[in-house]
Design a protein around this ligand. Structure first.
Ligand code: KIV
Ligand code: ZN
Length: 497
C-alpha cells in the first residue's frame, strides 16, 4: 500500500463554518497561499451554493493557486453541483465533493427518505458531477453511525459511478478510535471495487478523539485525511493538520509520510489564528504557546542536559525559533519588512506603509516588539476604508471615582462625541458608544488576552455582539486594553449591514 498520506485541508470550508471565523475573499486567498506553501494536497475552498461570498472565494482561490487540487463542497443536488463546477472553472486541478447522509438518523429524520432512495441519489450525484470534472469525492455524512453493510453498498455504488475518493466522516465525533478503524477496515474488506478509490477520513472532535480516530483510519488503510489548521471546525472542531503531520513525522516506524513542510506549521497556525480571530489555546499540541515551554525545575534541568529527555519534537521542526533581531522604535521599514518575511508574510507597498505606521505607534509604547506583536500587526492589515472608527477616547477611573468615558467616533468622515458613566472604564465607554449608534446591540462575549508577558504588553480583544438575531465579531490589539476593547466593539458594530 502507498506510504503517502494526502492532506486535504478544509480550514476554508469546515473551519470557516465556525461562528466568528468568517474571512473575506482577500483573507481566504492569503490563507490558501499559505496552505499551498505548507504543501497540502487539496484545499477545500468553500461551499459555492451557500452564498455569493463563498462562490466568489472559490473562483478567486481557483485563479490564485497552482499546485493543490481545489475542491468545492456540494449536497447531492444537481443545482449545487452545477454551481460548484462553475465556481471551479479557473482551477488548474479541480474536484467536486458531493454527498449525502447515510445513517438512519439522517435518512429517517433529516432527509425523511429511504435507504434505497439515498443510495440512488448518492450514485446519481456522483454521475452528474462526473459530467463536469474528472475528480469527484463522495462523502457519506454521519458514516460513523451508519449501518456498515448499507454503508458498504453505498460506497460500492458511488465508486461504480466514478468517485475517485470516498470520504467516511465521523460527522458527530462519536466513534471510538478502534471503532473508526474497524469501519475503514470493513470497507476495505467488503467493498469489491474499493481499490479504485482513495479512502478519506473526516473526523470531528466532540469527544476529543478526532486525531486518534484519524490515525486509526490511516492505520486501517485510509490514504487521505481531512484536517484543519489549529483543529478549527464545526462545534469542537476537526482533526488538526499539525497533529497528523507531526505524528507521521515523529513515528518513523509507521513508514508513512505527508508532503507537509513542517517548518511552516507555526507561521501558518498564527496566520489562521490572527485572520480568523480565533486564539490558539496555550496548551494546544504542536502550536500552543506552552507546547514547548518547560516550567518545572526538574524538566528544565532535564532539557538542558539533553533536549530529548523531555522533548519529542525539536521546536525548530515546526518553525518555532527564538527571534534573533529585536525590533524597536528605531528599526526602519526594511528591518520590519525583513522580519515580516521571516515570519512568512509578504505585503505590497501600501499595506507595508500601514503596518509600519502602526508598528511605530506600538514601538512608542512598548520597548521591544516581538514576533507575536508583528503577527498581530500583520493580521489586522488595513484592507480598505472603514465606515466607523474610534477617533477619540478619554476615560477617568480609579479607586473611589465614578468611571466616566468620553468617546469620539468617526462615522462616514464625521466625528460624533458622547459621554457616559459605568461600573468600570470599559462599561462606561461601551455605553457611550451605544449612545452614538441607532442600533440595539447586546454584548455576548468579551475576551481580553495578553499576547506575551510584560506589563507593557499588547492586549488582544475578541468581542461578539448580537443585533436582530445575528452575531458579529470584532477584534483589536493595543497596549491600552480600554482602547483595544472599544476598537473591537466598534469593529463588530461596523460589520452590521
Ligand atoms: O462532517 C461532515 O460530515 C462534513 C461533510 C460535509 C464532509 O463536513
Ligand atoms: Zn465536517
Amino acid at each position: 500500500m502507498d506510504n503517502k498520506v494526502l492532506i486535504f485541508d478544509t480550514t476554508l470550508r469546515d473551519g470557516e463554518q465556525v461562528p466568528g471565523c468568517q474571512l473575506n475573499t482577500v483573507e481566504k486567498i492569503e490563507v490558501a497561499h499559505a496552505l499551498e506553501s505548507l504543501g497540502v494536497d487539496v484545499i477545500e475552498a468553500g461551499f459555492p451554493i451557500s452564498s455569493p461570498g463563498d462562490f466568489k472565494s472559490v473562483v478567486e482561490i481557483s485563479k490564485a493557486i497552482s499546485n493543490p487540487v481545489i475542491c468545492a463542497l456540494t449536497r447531492a443536488v444537481k443545482k449545487d453541483i452545477e454551481v460548484a463546477a462553475d465556481a471551479l472553472q479557473f482551477a488548474k486541478r479541480k474536484r467536486i465533493h458531493t454527498g449525502i447522509g447515510t445513517s438512519s438518523y439522517h435518512i429517517q429524520y433529516k432527509i425523511k427518505s429511504t435507504p434505497d432512495e439515498i443510495l440512488r441519489r448518492a450514485a446519481d450525484a456522483v454521475k452528474y458531477a462526473k459530467k463536469f470534472v474528472e475528480d469527484v469525492e463522495f462523502y457519506a455524512e454521519d458514516a460513523g453511525r451508519s449501518d456498515l453493510p448499507y454503508l458498504a453498498k453505498v460506497i460500492e455504488a458511488v465508486i461504480n459511478s466514478g468517485a475517485t475518493v470516498v470520504n467516511i466522516p465521523d460527522t458527530t465525533g462519536y466513534c471510538l478510535p478502534e471503532e473508526y478503524g474497524r469501519i475503514i477496515n470493513y470497507l476495505r474488506e467488503n467493498v469489491p471495487n474499493i481499490d479504485k478509490a482513495v479512502i478519506s477520513t473526516h473526523c470531528h472532535n466532540d469527544l476529543g478523539m478526532a486525531t486518534a480516530n484519524t490515525v486509526m483510519g490511516i492505520l486501517n488503510g485510509a490514504r487521505q485525511v481531512e484536517v484543519t489548521m489549529n483543529g478549527i471546525g464545526e462545534r469542537a472542531g476537526n482533526t488538526s493538520l499539525e497533529e497528523i503531520a507531526m505524528i507521521l513525522k515523529s513515528h518513523h516506524d509507521l513508514n508513512l509520510e505527508t508532503g507537509i513542510n513542517t517548518k511552516l506549521i507555526y507561521n501558518t497556525s498564527r496566520l489562521v489564528s490572527n485572520l480568523m480571530r480565533m486564539p490558539v489555546q496555550a496548551n494546544k499540541a504542536i502550536v500552543g504557546r506552552n507546547a514547548f515551554a518547560h516550567s518545572s525545575g526538574i524538566h528544565q534541568d532535564g532539557v538542558l542536559k539533553k533536549r530529548e529527555n523531555y522533548e519529542i519534537i525539536d521546536p525548530v521542526e515546526v518553525g518555532i525559533r527564538e527571534s534573533s533581531i529585536i525590533l524597536t522604535a528605531r528599526s526602519g521599514r526594511a528591518a520590519l519588512n525583513h522580519h515580516l518575511e521571516l515570519l512568512g508574510f509578504k505585503f505590497g507597498k501600501e499595506e507595508l506603509d500601514d503596518i509600519y505606521h502602526r508598528f511605530l505607534l506600538l514601538a512608542d509604547r512598548k520597548k521591544e516588539i516581538n514576533d507575536e506583536d508583528i503577527r498581530v500587526l500583520a493580521g489586522v492589515v488595513f484592507k480598505g476604508e472603514r465606515s466607523m472608527k474610534l477617533d477619540h477616547l478619554q476615560v477617568s477611573c480609579g479607586k473611589s471615582l465614578i468611571p466616566v468615558a468620553m468617546v469620539g467616533i468617526k462615522i462616514n468622515g464625521e466625528v460624533h462625541f458622547s459621554t457616559a458613566s459605568g461600573n468600570g472604564p470599559i462599561d462606561a465607554a461601551f455605553t457611550a458608544v451605544k449612545q452614538l449608534i441607532s442600533k440595539t446591540v447586546h454584548l455576548e462575549e468579551f475576551l481580553v488576552q495578553a499576547i506575551t508577558r510584560g506589563s507593557d504588553d499588547q492586549g488582544k480583544v475578541h468581542i461578539q455582539i448580537e443585533h436582530a438575531g445575528k452575531h458579529y465579531y470584532g477584534f483589536s490589539a493595543n497596549t491600552d486594553i480600554v482602547t483595544a476593547s472599544v476598537e473591537a466593539f466598534i469593529d463588530a458594530i461596523a460589520k452590521i449591514e
